[in-house]
Design a binder for this molecule. Structure first.
Ligand SMILES: [Zn+2]
Length: 368
């Protein structure tokens, strides 16, 4: 439900074709596409362009998630009804928060008219000028740290605003137990709020930076070992609504250089399923509930119909072997970018085949 395909404007990192191939290889048949392209996706034309480009690929389906504000500039709301007429329910300025609280409230009220949702990337940018989590690792690396408040303060702001609207707010890539606790606090139970976390925030802590360098640099940053553990336990106990890859491909040169210079983010489409399975099975979460976080959970948030297994309907199916062990490598990956700390990891849960109507992928190869 949270994927950066980079096209248009960032084709050296990913294209619609390579991104959707990586999705299918990762067992993902529908991709929620973020709007922070160049130009940003904020018009009916840009939505229709993405839909037709994806249809030409004949791979995964896409759900365009256009901007909340025009040009993603945070100054003026998009025309929600006009964009909704193209079949869109979800909107986001992801990459940035909607800083202007008045606009955020108006946006929630506006999408309530058609049961839409605003997906918010929580960040107080006055606090987030660093490169990694503020703590022992930022001190060891000698770089500026990002304090937890850069996320939690914005989660609190968003929750207060959502409490004043009937509109649905979705908080994405929460990286801290405290953020989940605020979003689930008793006092906010009347607000219509859903949340997701990423596989990397429940699988890795800030120590990964010492081993993987810029490949472990992401926003929000990897947190402390204790925070990672608590966050994973919150997910396994059913406190979040979805797991999102936050697939953020970057060409090699964008991850070269120092920790401070490198871009934030990692690719995640091909590791979403195995990494999520590894961490949550390790916490005794039933597989059917884990899969819910990757399928029905995101579909409900994005306002798309759930696939049905029924004669006469389009097959939308993934066959995977939950026991099969493998490792992903640069050469075996379908994404155009290779920025991930998970390549050396032993993965379990290999995708064997994917049907989108008919078989599109089997045993590591595409049918066309
Ligand atoms: Zn984001």
């Amino acid at each position: 439900m949270h994927v950066h395909l980079r096209e248009p404007g960032g084709e050296d990192s990913e294209t619609i074709v390579t991104g959707l191939k990586a999705a299918i290889a990762g067992g993902i048949t529908t991709v929620g596409v973020m709007p922070n392209t160049f130009p940003p996706m904020d018009t009916p034309e840009s939505i229709l362009n993405l839909l037709s480009a994806a249809a030409r690929c004949g791979l995964a389906d896409v759900v365009p998630v256009p901007c909340v504000t025009k040009g993603r500039a945070g100054k003026e709301l998009v025309s929600f009804l006009e964009l909704h007429e193209t079949g869109i329910y979800a909107f986001t300025d992801d990459g940035d928060p909607v800083h202007d609280s008045g606009l955020l409230l108006d946006a929630l009220d506006a999408v309530y008219e058609f049961d839409g949702v605003i997906i918010e990337h929580p960040e107080v940018t006055d606090l987030s000028g660093g490169s990694v989590n503020r703590g022992t690792v930022s001190r060891k690396l000698g770089v500026t740290g990002i304090p937890c408040a850069a996320e939690t303060a914005d989660v609190a702001r968003c929750m207060e605003i959502a409490s004043n609207s009937h509109g649905h707010l979705h908080l994405t890539h929460l990286s801290l137990p405290r953020s989940v606790a605020i979003a689930r606090a008793e006092c906010f139970h009347s607000a219509d709020v859903t949340i997701d976390v990423t596989p990397h925030h429940i699988a890795l802590c800030e120590d990964a930076l010492m081993e993987h360098g810029t490949l472990a640099k992401m926003n929000p940053p990897l947190r402390s070992a204790e925070q990672r553990k608590s966050l994973a336990e919150m997910v396994s106990s059913g406190m979040v609504d979805a797991i999102a890859s936050d697939h953020a491909p970057h060409a090699r040169y964008k991850k070269a250089g120092s920790i401070d210079e490198a871009a934030f983010g990692i690719v995640g489409l091909e590791t979403l399923l195995p990494v999520t399975l590894e961490i949550l099975r390790g916490l005794q979460m039933p597989v059917i509930r884990i899969l819910h976080l990757l399928t029905c959970g995101p579909a409900r948030i994005l306002g798309i119909p759930l696939p049905v297994l029924e004669a006469g309907r389009k097959a939308d199916l993934v066959l995977f072997d939950p026991q099969a062990e493998y490792r992903l490598s640069e050469t075996g990956s379908f994404s155009k970018s290779v920025n991930t700390p998970f390549f050396e990891r032993k993965l379990q849960g290999r995708v064997e085949a994917v049907w989108m109507g008919s078989v599109v992928y089997r045993d590591g190869e595409f049918e066309h």
